[in-house]
Ligand binder design. Sequence first.
Ligand code: GTR
Length: 320
Amino acid sequence: MRIASLPEAWRHAEVPQLPAIGPHIVDEFARTIYGRTPEGGQLTDLVLRSRDNSVLDGAADRLRHHAVIACPLGNLELDTITHLPTGTSSAPVVVALNFKDNEEPYATVLEAGYAVLTVDYQQIEPDDPAPTTPGVRALFPTKTPESWGAVAAWAWGLSRLLDIAEHLDRVHTTNPVVLGHSRLGKAALWAGAQDERFAVTVANGSGCCGASLFRHPGGEDIAAITTKFPHWFVPSFSTYAGNENNLPVDQHQLLASIAPRRVYIASAEDDAWADPIGEYLAVVAAQPAFAPNGIGYHVRPGTHDLLEEDWLHALDFAKR
Ligand code: GTR
């Protein structure tokens, strides 16, 4: 495992008492935290809407597609954007949801040789405890106490982006990367745990219910996250508020569940709400499940953000 400049004080941090790494854990995470992802959701139509930034060879740097995904109770329609490195005929792909209505810049990522396929996360499921417009969860029947929360819906969306990537020119899906920041880092981890097509899973500043350990005190806890974001998880998850030690799982097991596929976790030193030390200790605890270069980590100075340097460290890891 490669760790870039670990803060001196962290070297003495100790992994708390944790549940053991073992098989069948993904199901336990579905039951207790994220909810069960239903079967179904088929890409049925993918229409190229526009190409921007034409360059000399006639290729395009940005492709906008309209995708139709047939679900049991209706269609989910997505407007995606694919950013392509100029001049490449077949680039490896990163699928990532974005917070910014598709308008996030990706220049550095493209320089690293990757294409990025992205969609605004709220096109998949509104980030609202009482949404006024329905998302994908309304397109599947029967709600049960273990039905999926919004984080799982976003994770499902990441898998559908990979379905779309499989149909794109100038992109290949050998060793695809799934990446997310913050709440979308939680979704990236849940997507990586469930969809074995993802070769590399990257979670940046993913914090509580992402990479950080529930049993390491600090930052956001179950009481805080389930009060503010009850729609993200199964309703019964809130019964573990203030009772973290009785939760049957902890997040090092989620990281380990992705092995032998590769995982990269990134933290920021002053991102106290995400508990960066708890993220680091989860990586330490998960490490035995991975091959030598199977899990990577960095912490950088600064606050809660997905910076160019975070992308570059992650993609450098992904390439190896
Ligand atoms: C915070 C939330 C975190 C994290 C973050 C984000 O408000 O408490 O769990 O997800 O939002 O997504 O920016």
